[in-house]
Write a protein that binds this ligand. Sequence first.
Ligand code: URP
Ligand code: ZN
Ligand code: ZN
Length: 461
Amino acid sequence: MSTLIRNGLVVNATGSHAADVLIEGEHIAALVTPGFEVQADEVIDAAGKYVIPGGIDVHTHMEMPFGGTQSADTFETGTTAAAWGGTTTIVDFAVQPKGSSLLSTLDKWHTKADGNCAVDYGFHMIISDVNDQSLKEMESCIAQGVNSFKMFMAYPGVFYATDGEILRAMQKARETGGTIMMHAENGIAIDQLVAQALANGLGDPVQHGLTRPPELEGEATSRAIQLAKVTGSPLYIVHLSAAQALDAVTAARDTGQNVFAETCPQYLYLSLEDLAKPGFEGAKYVASPPLRPKEHQSSLWRGLRTNDLSVVSTDHCPFCFKDQKQLGVGDFSKIPNGMPGVEHRVDLLHQGVAKGEITRERWVEIVSTTPARMFGMYPRKGVIAPGADADVVIYDPAATQTISAETHHMAVDYSAYEGFELAGKVDTVFSRGRKVIADGAYHGSTGHGRFVSRDLNQYLV
Ligand code: URP
Ligand code: ZN
Ligand code: ZN
């Protein structure tokens, strides 16, 4: 089966040019000068539209056990929603429970995902139990294409790792070529603030934000950077939300240290004001780190322009408002932490193009090309070029849309972006040559998505 996408503007991270894109089987076969005659089984007219590499969301949590419940999207529903939004690869987190091994955890995540995904997927590993065995198993994970390891400076008693444990895992990462991903919030101090708020009868969702001040994200980020410096480990800060944390990342990058960071759409578009919505409404926005006062947003956009923030992922971790967020009525510390978003990242970041915050090439770099290189999938993914997987999105910059839970495809009963009017819309999506979204309908199939065994971080020399 071959497809020719004609008359579109091919937008890669490196530049944009008019070209026809020939897809043969699962791959991009050629970029053809417009006007050249090429035969194909199907021809699609993309006049007035962009042809971009499929989005890569490197931070999702499908069916993740957390806070006494489980995130609402399965691999099937979550990857289908991803496809609708122009994301053709996700990298999800396999969560090691305390007392179990990394390899059995990885097997468990393979069983959850295998045969159930609409688009391609890879895994990172969450290490919540640092011991001789799990450190040794990091090597086997890397051999199996899982070479990034998330650790937590937050959530004492759950995922939290001490500085000593972090240091040991970083030493192993340095030795093996893995990357340590860090949830950088000072959980020990935060737990004190949470206990004090609750003791004072303050239980509303806004307290989630007030008890996790940005300084404690800045402090933890600086500490993680120093530990990475001492050990020589590459460090990737996940879901960076605060200007203080960005300052620490920027300073480290200015010295040439292998420190990278992502932010998420919720930190670019939502704020503490959403957490402070009346009644229990703010629970919809409870995630960690929390939404910040609005003034942090301009720093984050600047970081995206300067590449001190290299990636935007979603941290997609949906919990239904009705049945799951309600666990925390009267006690904000019991609200399951996480927000939905996998379906709207590409569109939301396109608003940065529409509003003049970033160029369209930088948009593609942030949502696809850099994630591919950072997590060892380039040039198989993240670029429109001959030989690459035909993960291709035809994007209509002139279309408009309004986000709503009524029309989204994630298995969650609310949208954090309800009523947002967006410029631009995903038109057609190919996943490895298979047309999965076209004409406003889903044409994919569960099980089409394959596991992506990833190489090491391609930004390291
Ligand atoms: O609140 C969040 N971010 N939930 C998902 C788990 C994590 O820390 O990434
Ligand atoms: Zn986290
Ligand atoms: Zn997360």
